[in-house]
Design a binder for this molecule. Sequence first.
Ligand code: NAG
Ligand code: NAG
Ligand code: NAG
Ligand code: NAG
Ligand code: NAG
Ligand code: NAG
Length: 327
Amino acid sequence: MLRLLPLSTLLLIPAIIASPIDAPRAEPLPLIIWHGLGDNYAADGLQSVGELANETNPGTFVYYIRLDESPDSDRTATFLGNLTEQLEQVCSDLSAHPILSTAPGVNALGFSQGGQFLRAYIERCNNPPVKNLVTFGSQHNGIVKYQVCGSMDWLCKAYIGILKANTWGSWVQSHLVPAQYFRDTDEETGEPTLDYLESSNFLADINNERELKNVTYAENLATLDNFVMYVFENDTTVIPKESGWFAQTNLTSGEVTELRNRTIYKEDWIGLKKLDEKGALVFKTTPGPHMQIDDDVLEDVFKTYFAPKEAASDTRRPHHEQEFMEL
Ligand SMILES: *[C@@H]1O[C@H](CO)[C@@H](O)[C@H](O)[C@H]1NC(C)=O
Ligand SMILES: *[C@@H]1O[C@H](CO)[C@@H](O)[C@H](O)[C@H]1NC(C)=O
Ligand SMILES: *[C@@H]1O[C@H](CO)[C@@H](O)[C@H](O)[C@H]1NC(C)=O
Ligand SMILES: *[C@@H]1O[C@H](CO)[C@@H](O)[C@H](O)[C@H]1NC(C)=O
Ligand SMILES: *[C@@H]1O[C@H](CO)[C@@H](O)[C@H](O)[C@H]1NC(C)=O
Ligand SMILES: *[C@@H]1O[C@H](CO)[C@@H](O)[C@H](O)[C@H]1NC(C)=O
């Protein structure tokens, strides 16, 4: 794992010399991370992401969102639960947290379904407020197929049958998590089905697809400094993968309608157009299958979007850095 430390150290030194006053740098904002389906908040892989964030921006406080202190139960909650209630719990946990609640804001990193859940947190609660949201392989425009369970995944297998048989039933919509971001459309018109609009317990609401729009959702989301959406180039788990960019895919023809050509954007149901107009909406791809992320991609995200802003009193001039970097 080559992290190019010597090079970045070299580049930093001249920048510091060029600064006439050693202006203090602001502290990095705390980072909240919401994991994906089948994962848990205490998992080594997830914790190592937080460690990398702290290594990249030293002093970063990391909070791993959980529905239960027991990792097993937290994992179960990725399949089982009513997302309305799960979000209420997360909103209440974050607003009561001694460090997060007193910070001027937080940054947010969402993996897979954790990405659209963090977006829902911003739309519905946003206390403490999120400044930068980065999502990897999320299902912002829902899924049209349920993912295939891993061979050892007994819990997933036990429920997937019920899911497929009765997605729009109220028991399923209040108990099975992936059903709450399932979204089906009419093959001819491309419009979402009436079943979805009437029964979706989560996605139809947070995407403001119903007649009655909640303006708070759009106002809250539009306050972000950046909303960065990564799609995995070779994602075969999220169907369609372009959901990660709020695009809609015709699975028969393969044709993709980009967000900017969709009503949710044109009528700005959730603030995406406003974000785009201020240059805050970022569409990115990263190579590989679902949730395979290289450290250098994460490091780049942490440097670009989660690094502390320089203090206002910092008089360092960019052209000084430029001169030295050319040496
Ligand atoms: C961040 O890194 C520092 C230095 O290694 C360590 O002391 C601190 O406990 C870390 N903080 C978190 C939240 O991991
Ligand atoms: C809109 O969302 C806000 C934030 O969650 C909530 O307080 C409010 O009750 C909602 N308004 C309607 C009309 O549902
Ligand atoms: C999910 O929970 C909310 C809040 O308790 C409740 O109002 C809603 O009816 C539940 N959803 C379903 C589909 O039962
Ligand atoms: C999707 O593609 C099929 C095959 O090309 C076409 O018949 C259908 O009308 C398309 N649906 C929409 C909504 O464009
Ligand atoms: C991954 O996706 C890219 C872009 O669509 C494609 O060029 C590449 O061949 C794919 N790689 C694999 C291993 O499927
Ligand atoms: C939007 O749709 C028009 C045709 O309806 C097409 O020419 C254009 O490329 C599309 N733009 C995007 C961003 O998808």
